[in-house]
Write a protein that binds this ligand. Structure first.
Ligand code: CTP
Length: 414
């Protein structure tokens, strides 16, 4: 395991608590490289962090004559980057991609697990700009811990206190443990809806936004995997990473072809896509006119009713489990399905686990507005023949990370 953590310290009164964090990490033989902003050095002397970490503290973009591109070297030096305390200013800068000093430049160049432990005055923490930045960062795969509630340096009482250093150290340790959990593994992920055309203008589809699948792709990359993300039409940016292959598809049949091709080398398939179960039997090359359609219509109870024929799409995960059983895929390929249900969530999911030949199914209740389609958060029950594990409500990225931890632990153990 690569036991190195980059620790960013920014200009908050809580900067002194970062000393305790360094101590906790060093005690466990975790190498700590501290990066400080200029404001942080007004509050704490770099010498303190140098003594505690045993490493020189990085302060300036141009302060290391041995490494001409200091921020890139720093960004590649550890799999986990913790910024604690992270001021509201730095939270907002990171969300905007601002890179105007060594710490923010290193963060922008960093591709591993970034963990922010905010500390700010309550108003600054709760300000819409800061909260929007936190949500944007979380959606991009950054872990932002929740600030503690209590008395602040300015005398105010409310949320904004730096989380306990022990909580931050736990999070860093967990991140380190999993940072190579999927190294050398090929993970195939389906995401988003599929779209089944009637004609060039109209289609059948569903409410999936792809957020869960994209969160899984980011988490798998951060755990060292090579990822193929096969996505239906969504409005999310695909992660940019040399280990990611992005395949954009529209229909279920296109998705099926792409998945079957990618699955040949896969170790894990995560089927988060909401595949349209049916497609129009006939797709017109030209836009269908209402008057032409109305020839097929009938008047029923005062309304014009038109009947269209739909045919069933392939069930992609069932195709995969059958191919695995036939020996066409890796024998130990792990197949993970998702069950988005509005009612009888558990029993419907269990039924799908069995009927589709899956190893795990991730059940979630899409009737709830706070965790359903398009929501930033999720809360799921992971069901496998070995038992059930709930994952508490958290950002989709956190849920993705915990799900991958669970799958890797369960499959490595077996
Ligand atoms: N799935 C699939 N191919 C399909 C339909 C679904 O691979 N044609 C996968 C989904 O990606 C998901 C799992 O099967 O991982 C369950 O999807 P869901 O839509 O809940 O299942 P359905 O079989 O379509 O069941 P329902 O009757 O509830 O629509």
């Amino acid at each position: 395991m690569d036991k190195r953590v980059l620790l960013g310290v920014t200009g908050s009164i809580a900067a002194y608590k970062a000393c305790e964090l360094v101590r906790l990490l060093v005690k466990e033989d975790i190498g700590v490289q501290v990066v400080m902003t200029a404001h942080a050095t007004e509050l704490m002397g770099p010498a303190t962090f140098r003594s505690l970490s045993g490493n020189p503290v990085a302060l300036d973009l141009f302060d290391d004559p041995g490494a001409p591109i200091h921020h890139i070297e720093l960004a590649q030096s550890a799999p986990v980057f913790v910024i604690a305390p992270c001021t509201a200013n730095v939270v907002n800068k990171l969300a905007a991609g601002v890179a105007d000093d060594l710490l923010t430049t290193t963060a922008l160049a960093f591709t591993g697990r970034l963990i922010l432990a905010p500390a700010a005055n309550t108003q600054m923490y709760l300000d819409v700009a800061t909260q929007e930045s936190i949500r944007a960062l979380q959606a991009r795969g950054v872990t932002v811990l929740t600030a503690d509630n209590g008395e602040l340096a300015c005398g105010d009482v409310g949320p904004g206190r730096l989380p306990d250093p022990r909580v931050i150290a736990d999070e860093a340790r967990r991140a380190l443990r999993s940072s190579e959990a999927l190294a050398g593994r090929h993970v195939v992920i389906t995401a988003g809806p599929t779209r089944e055309d009637f004609d060039p203008v109209r289609f059948v589809s569903n409410h999936s936004t792809g957020r869960m699948g994209y969160a899984l792709a980011r988490a798998a990359l951060q755990m060292g995997a090579t990822v193929t993300l096969i996505s239906g039409p969504v409005s999310l940016p695909a992660p940019v990473d040399a280990r990611l292959e992005f395949v954009g598809v529209t229909s279920a049949r296109e998705m099926s072809a792409a998945v079957l091709q990618a699955a040949a080398t896969a170790d894990i398939v995560l089927a988060a896509a909401a595949v349209a179960d049916f497609r129009p039997r006939i797709t017109s090359e030209v836009k269908l006119k209402k008057y032409a359609l109305s020839e097929l219509s009938e008047l029923r109870e005062g309304e014009t009713v038109i009947t269209v024929e739909l045919v069933q799409n392939p069930d992609i995960v069932t195709q995969l489990s059958e191919a695995r059983a036939a020996g066409a895929l890796k024998r130990d390929l792990v197949l993970v399905g998702f069950a988005a249900e509005t009612n009888d969530v558990d029993s419907n999911a269990r039924e799908k686990l069995a009927s589709k030949g899956l190893d795990f199914i991730v059940a979630n209740d899409v009737s709830r507005a706070d965790i359903g389609f398009g929501a930033a958060e999720n809360e799921v029950l992971v069901i496998s023949p070995e038992g059930d594990t709930p994952i508490a409500k958290a950002s989709k990225f956190e849920v993705a990370w915990q799900l991958l931890e669970l799958i890797t632990q369960a499959t490595n153990a077996s």
